[in-house]
Design a protein around this ligand. Structure first.
Ligand code: HEC
Ligand code: HEC
Length: 210
């Protein structure tokens, strides 16, 4: 890690949040009720399963999805795009050929969206497209399937994304007439702080799950 980044992380998370992420770390004080933790998870699930997030969190077939109000039904990315095992199209056509890297606003309807981080699929281990709340919850709390993160790591991931204007930031402000992920980046961070402080509780499989 460059010295400047190390120094920044040693200042503590609050300073980081007050810095250039634009977000505030509202760490919950005191006991969190089971109901409050479950409600926070339901809102987190609504975000993760929304097309603006799930369309990149796809399985090892490496095909991004197009979906949302502009499409009659979810469909594979047009133009036979396949991200390959690299998850960024090194094997055929780089995602960045069309999805430029820019933190500027997305304004063109049906233009290839962009973010401040080079466009690519999430690792296949992080695939949750089409999965239910029980499965995604188990996955998100499993360091083997979330990039080795504990609860604090998931919180920091949101802050770093905000600093870089990366993909979570884009999902809440996708532009071009796209429906944003529900809520706001700040509300998503608040929910992640509640859910992780409560020990990342997951809903029980009921048997009625799809
Ligand atoms: C353009 C594709 C793309 C979009 C859109 C996207 N992600 Fe991701 N996501 C990634 C990539 C790539 C990683 C791996 C980066 C890393 O681990 O640091 C990732 C990692 C993650 C992780 C950490 C790993 C895990 O599975 O726990 C979370 C949580 C996450 N994304 C949430 C979201 C949310 C919430 C949204 C929507 C608001 C979203 N992503 C939209 C590509 C995307
Ligand atoms: C030839 C140009 C081109 C390439 C290459 C390309 N895309 Fe796209 N992509 C587009 C266009 C154009 C759109 C917008 C389609 C629309 O809104 O109707 C899009 C939209 C998307 C979306 C949908 C975003 C959403 O939820 O609304 C995802 C996800 C995506 N691309 C991922 C990728 C990934 C991952 C790669 C690399 C493997 C890639 N794309 C390569 C042109 C491209």
């Amino acid at each position: 890690m460059p010295t400047s980044l190390l120094a920044l992380s040693m200042l503590g998370a609050t300073a980081l949040a007050a810095g250039d992420s634009g977000l505030t770390l509202n760490r919950p004080a005191g006991e969190i009720s089971a109901d409050a933790a479950a409600a926070a998870w339901e809102r987190i699930y609504a975000v993760l399963s929304h097309p603006r997030c799930a369309n990149c969190h796809v399985d090892e077939r490496n095909v991004p999805m197009w979906s949302g109000p502009s499409y009659d039904a979810p469909r594979p990315h047009g133009m036979n795009i396949n991200a390959g095992a690299s998850r960024m199209g090194v094997e055929s056509l780089l995602c960045s050929t069309c999805h430029i890297t820019s933190a500027g606003p997305n304004s063109v309807a049906h233009g290839a969206p962009h973010a401040g981080h080079p466009w690519m699929l999430a690792p296949a281990a992080f695939a949750w497209y089409g999965k239910d709340s029980v499965s995604i919850c188990a996955q998100l709390r499993d360091p083997a399937r979330n990039g080795g993160r504990d609860g604090e790591g998931l919180v920091q991931h949101i802050l770093h994304d905000a600093q870089a204007h990366a993909f979570i930031t884009w999902g809440f402000a996708p532009g071009g007439g796209r429906e944003p992920a529900p809520g706001s980046m700040q509300a998503h961070l608040d929910d992640m702080l509640i859910w992780t402080a409560a020990g990342m509780p997951c809903p029980q499989a009921t048997g009625d799950q799809p």
